[in-house]
Write a protein that binds this ligand. Sequence first.
Ligand SMILES: C[S@@+](CC[C@H](N)C(=O)[O-])C[C@H]1O[C@@H](n2cnc3c(N)ncnc32)[C@H](O)[C@@H]1O
Length: 276
Amino acid sequence: MDIETSNDPEAFSEFENTGWNEISVAYELQFGPLTSQSTSTVVEAAQVESGTRFLDVCTGPGMLAEEAAKIGADVSGLDFSEEALAIARRNVPGATFHQGDAQELPFDENSFDSVVCGFGIIHVPDPQKALREMYRVLKPGGRIALSVWEAPGPSNGFGLLYGSIKAHGDLSVPLPHGPDFFQFSDETRLSNLLESSGFNDVSVKTAEQFWNFEEPSELVSCITDSTVRARGLLSAQTEANRQSIIEAVISGLEKFRVDVGKYKVPMHALVGSGSK
Ligand SMILES: C[S@@+](CC[C@H](N)C(=O)[O-])C[C@H]1O[C@@H](n2cnc3c(N)ncnc32)[C@H](O)[C@@H]1O
């Protein structure tokens, strides 16, 4: 089973790094309450205990690092964005954070008992290279756990967004080429990524997550303020198409309304884990 890589890794990394430096503050506010809903599932799958030597790759604002620190783990985090790291250092003062690339981890082999990566692998030009690095820095018997978004569909937020772009805009506008954002959004493909990178005892579970909004426009600002690729995709549309897409997202949100002024949008995660 082929794992897609970027065909222009330098341009894609530059695009992602610039983007994350611009949006990490907004990401913490708008995605933090969402991705924090799966942190306990990821940390449990990585079998973190008090004293575990723990590494959070693509830490962002440090949600997984914070969860592991609460358990008493010895926490390190890594991200390539200075802005993300500044937030993580503020949120998890007891942890040690490093600036670096997930594809070239600045750690010796056999350094950690648990390595996690929350919604990060889908941003890396060569996902398997990053997985092999995570394998290298884990001790024998150590655990990996990583989360990715579930595939876009009629009953989730990414389905609404990408369905609206497909219907009213152009999904093929030119952006630096990155691997398919949803290539691991399937149990078989996520298992294959882990197994082909050397891990055994692989399993995948779903962690439920929901975006809760009071205003339909909040979903649009989550995308335009707090994402890198989806924001790039939207801003590359013509003005008329962008307006039609936004209107379609807002009207499509009605099916997720659970009460007057309350919208609950499924944004579930797949959590894959395994052992070295
Ligand atoms: C979607 S955020 C995930 C944040 C957090 N882990 C969570 O669960 O919400 C992705 C993070 O990965 C970082 N990132 C993307 N590509 C990276 C790379 N090649 N090396 C290191 N960090 C990277 C970004 O800077 C960003 O902070």
